[in-house]
Design a protein around this ligand. Structure first.
Ligand SMILES: Nc1ncnc2c1ncn2[C@@H]1O[C@H](COP(=O)(O)OP(=O)(O)OP(=O)(O)O)[C@@H](O)[C@H]1O
Length: 583
């Protein structure tokens, strides 16, 4: 068979980079040692890699191959000694597909395998990338095991250089339980992040993990969370990011399979909401895809995802119980993620309820604190409306929460679902207007002429005029526009400006009720009282327009061209009157 097509397939479609050849060689060496130790548990376990001299040599003290196995296993694509009689991957091995050795053709033109199994004579197999191979008598080997020699392809020599091999052997093999060396230098670390050493001093493990996260992920973790899913033979550590993460960004984790690095960028290991951690895990049971760069989506992976999500949730709730100050610090950075989660998860909603300070018109308070002080959780679902109403509501002693930030209105709506007799209530501009005190009948009668004239002045601007008594007395008028009315106004404007078809479509959304924004004059305000008793109609009109625009500005409302015209008219008119009088 001509292997060139197969090599092309592997390099362009299966493996992300030729660097995986080191992983595949290490993996075969480790598997061979595992196989030998099944028969002889005390057998040596070393992998020595040598560079230089124009080739790369990988020696292992593994089980080796007989001549018959060489013919059967090395000369046939897809043949593997690591599957059982039924064709299932055998649990103790890393390999299973019978194609890994071919990845060496990504960097080599020739692969030589010199091997001895037990007392059988040594054999040498030489395979070429064009598909032909020879099998012959091997050089005598003092030790049982295998040496794989790669003769580089032209242009691929750099993949076999010492520095590259050291880097790749460390990357893929540093956590292996078997000693790996390159030109005599050890590649294996003493302790993997998920391992514990009884002799390690208190705080020593945390310092070690912090250093690991900094080196591998580039950040000093806010905290570390141990992960353990026995069903998947999974152990690991989740590092909590110390900075906000974009919930939409790809979250990739480092996954080891039986302590050999599978990939640095495995997605889908955790639930989507867990974007605030990066993990390093080792698993014995999850299955890799043939490229070994992703995990096979199966029921076990689902189970792992759920269980790891549970560990993160458990960490969060425990933090709330044991160290609320740190939980607050965590929420400062990751509240968006936790809120996203709380939209569907009661435990997280409780956490937000207890620990996340909301903006309220009585200062920042958690919802639990708010309830304790004021009972009903009254909230305004839009930040603009909150800004408009907060101070007036406060002056009437109506405490209210700003539910206008991302997820907040959803969370507030869900809050009563937590039970414990929690009640919430929406506060709209209209409701606030209804809570302002009406005038005594006599006073009401006295202001009627003023009200009629004010209404006439503001009719062209589409505003309804009211007079009420409210705090603070220093505020002459309040502009109230709730979101429903604002929508209706937008639709009406759109309908007036649009062509027939579009305007009939918009018309079907507008309600027949004539909802207009309201300007509420404050009868407690001395200026308003004076204006109400003025006989001078022109001056009243100027004052009403001026107070109207001031109320708009206080309510952070945008000025339409008609509002700006009213502002000019009132300002210039009042100036003129003032100058005329002083003349
Ligand atoms: N160093 C080695 N010592 C002993 N046998 C080996 C060695 N390298 C390869 N083999 C044999 O060659 C077979 C094919 O190896 P190859 O790497 O192509 O596939 P695999 O390891 O079985 O599976 P995968 O494609 O998943 O890596 C192995 O199943 C094994 O029997």
């Amino acid at each position: 068979m001509d292997l060139r097509g197969i090599v092309d397939l592997l390099s362009h479609h299966l493996y992300a980079s030729p660097r995986v050849y080191v992983r595949e060689l290490l993996q075969n060496a480790v598997d061979a040692i595992t196989a030998r130790r099944v028969l002889d548990p005390g057998a040596p376990g070393v992998v020595r890699i040598e560079t230089g001299g124009g080739t790369l040599r990988v020696h292992d003290s593994g089980i080796g191959l007989t001549e018959q196995q060489v013919h059967e296993l090395l000369a046939t694509i897809g043949r593997s000694s690591k599957r059982d009689d039924l064709g299932f991957a055998r649990h103790e091995f890393l390999g299973q597909f019978g194609i890994g050795l071919l990845s060496c053709f990504l960097v080599a033109d020739e692969i030589r395998v010199s091997t001895r199994c037990g007392d059988a004579p040594a054999v040498e197999w030489v395979g070429h990338s064009d598909g032909h191979y020879e099998v012959g008598e091997g050089e005598a080997r003092a030790e049982q095991g295998t040496t794989v020699t790669l003769v580089p392809r032209r242009g691929a020599e750099h993949w076999l250089r010492r520095e590259t091999v050291v880097e790749l052997a460390r990357l893929f093999g540093s956590m292996l339980p078997i000693a790996v060396s390159v030109d005599g230098e050890s590649m294996t670390t003493t302790l993997a992040p998920w391992q514990r050493d009884g002799d390690e001093p208190a705080g020593g493990r945390r310092a070690r993990l912090d250093a690991y996260a900094e080196q591998v992920f580039g950040f000093r973790p806010f905290d570390v969370i141990d992960l353990d899913v026995p069903a998947a033979g999974l152990r690991g550590v989740a590092f909590v990011l110390p900075m906000p993460a974009n919930p939409a960004s790809r979250v990739a984790h480092r996954v080891y399979l039986k302590q050999m690095l599978l990939s640095e960028s495995i997605e889908g290991l955790l639930p989507e909401w867990a974007f605030f951690v990066r993990c390093v895990v080792d698993t014995t049971e999850l299955r890799p895809t043939a490229s070994r760069e992703a995990l096979y989506e199966d029921g076990l992976l689902d189970q792992v995802r759920e269980s790891l999500g549970g560990s993160l949730r458990g960490w969060l709730t425990a933090l709330g119980r044991t160290d609320p100050r740190r939980l607050r610090l965590f929420l400062d950075v990751h509240h968006l993620g936790v809120k996203a989660l709380a939209v569907h998860d009661d435990d997280m909603l409780r956490l937000i309820d207890q620990w996340w300070p909301f903006e309220t018109n009585m200062g920042p308070l958690t919802l639990a604190e708010f309830r304790e002080r004021y009972g009903v959780v009254r909230y305004i679902p839009s930040a603009d409306e909150f800004r408009q109403l907060a101070s007036v509501a406060a002056a009437q002693s109506i405490p209210v929460v700003n539910g206008g930030y991302v997820y907040d209105a959803d969370l507030l709506r869900r809050l009563p679902g937590l039970g414990d007799g929690i009640t919430t209530e929406l506060l709209t501009a209209n409701e606030l207007a209804m809570r302002l005190d009406p005038l005594e009948p006599e006073a009401e009668l006295a202001v009627r002429p003023f009200l009629t004239q004010a209404q006439r002045t503001l009719d062209p601007l589409g505003v309804e005029v009211l007079v009420r008594v409210f705090e603070p007395a220093g505020l002459p008028a309040l502009y109230l526009l709730d979101s429903d009315t604002a929508l209706q106004m937008d639709l009406r404007h759109g309908r007036d400006d649009a062509d027939d078809l579009w305007s009939s479509i918009l018309g079907s959304f507008t309600t027949s009720a004539d909802s207009r924004p309201q300007l509420v004059f404050n009868h407690r305000n001395p200026l308003v009282r004076r204006a109400a008793t003025l006989g001078d109609e022109h001056l009243v009109a100027l004052a009403v327009e001026g107070l109207y625009v001031q109320a708009l500005l206080l309510g952070h409302q945008p000025l339409r061209p008609a509002d700006t015209a009213a502002l000019n008219q009132s300002f210039l008119g009042l100036l003129e009157r003032a100058m005329g009088e002083s003349r």
